[in-house]
Design a protein around this ligand. Sequence first.
Ligand SMILES: [Zn+2]
Length: 114
Amino acid sequence: MTKSLSKNNLDEKKQFFIDMIAKFCDKCGTPYTGSDLEIIQDTNLSSIIHFSCSNCKSNHIATFIKPMGISNRMPINTDLDVEEIGKFASRKETSVGEILDVYLYLKSKDSIVI
Ligand SMILES: [Zn+2]
């Protein structure tokens, strides 16, 4: 009974995020499956999810702010960005303001190299 998150629950959660945030890859239109998602942070307030397309390998970071039902998604280039977001997410409590800081931080690094 110590396991709080069974595999089924995790799959359900991922499917929820696919339904709420993005069903298809922006770039090539490939449908996302649970294995394409990595939940970086999940609290009562907000979630940060990494979407990775199995077809074209493009990466997106999505945030979902639960009280407002708002989601936002932006493309990222490397796994490094995921680590950077993980640093924010590893804080015990992340406020909506802090998540917006992550947005602004990533937006400020607007140099997208393909
Ligand atoms: Zn794709």
